[in-house]
Ligand binder design. Structure first.
Ligand code: SF4
Length: 230
């Protein structure tokens, strides 16, 4: 929120993260203004930023967002030089609605009319079976719930299973199809090991695989978990 009454094009909104797409944005994708590999999927139950509460919270439904730059969340289409949107004429509906000095219109659209992966993939595409395999093997809600729960060896063992399954499916699909890392963000969302950031659980490479370690004393229930960066 600012004290202005019009957009000063300061870029603050774009630096906070790209928008979640709505069905109104389907045409932008079909016309090629926004590609699949420029999106990141926030899977149901994973932590996502809620502008209404200004907090990271489990998202109640799958969302597709414009991917960030590098490991941060600044919108991929934001150019620091000139604080400019590089797809301004074809920016998503959320960006058109947003008035930071008067956010009510935007807040009313949160989780409404949202796009999901299956809206953008041909129903006959075999990649849908891989997405389903991934959802079954490492559900976003279970991962988020485990991170928020009390410490314990069983908890850590299950988290490890989920992180390993996530990595294995990504590697398998990449090997079979040759998809880019960027497409992986669209097809399978953010890797689970990256979502451990800030959770007190560390992922370390070991013997060609990974192992999870608790870095902190037992976390308190409800502690914020992961989701920082991509
Ligand atoms: S699409 Fe354009 S206006 Fe929207 S957040 Fe990205 S840079 Fe900003």
């Amino acid at each position: 929120m600012t004290d202005t009454k019009h957009c000063k094009q300061c870029g603050t909104c774009c630096r906070k993260g790209g928008p979640a797409l709505s069905r109104e944005d389907l045409a932008l994708i079909r016309q090629g203004h926004i590609r699949h590999d420029q999106l990141v999927t926030i899977r149901q139950g994973e932590l996502g930023y809620n502008p209404a509460t200004a907090r990271l919270e489990p998202v109640p439904m799958e969302l597709l967002k414009i991917r960030g730059q590098g490991s941060g969340w600044t919108c991929l289409f934001f150019a620091e030089a000139g604080n400019a949107c590089t797809i301004y004429a074809h920016r998503p509906a959320t960006c058109r609605i947003l008035q930071c000095w008067q956010p009510e219109a935007l807040l009313a659209t949160i989780y409404q009319n949202t796009l999901r992966r299956t809206d953008l993939i041909n129903p006959n595409d075999p990649i849908l079976a891989e997405i389903e395999r991934h959802e079954q093997a490492c559900p976003g809600k279970e991962f988020t719930d485990l991170l928020a729960q009390a410490d314990g060896p069983e908890n850590l063992a299950r988290l490890t299973e989920l992180v390993r399954a996530d990595l294995a499916i990504r590697a398998d699909v990449a090997q079979k199809t040759g998809i880019s890392l960027e497409m992986e963000f669209f097809l399978f969302g953010r890797p689970l090991f990256k979502q451990l950031a800030g959770s007190g659980v560390e992922c370390v490479a070991e013997n060609g695989g990974i192992r999870l370690l608790r870095k902190l004393p037992s976390p308190t229930r409800g502690r914020g978990a992961g989701g920082e960066g991509q």
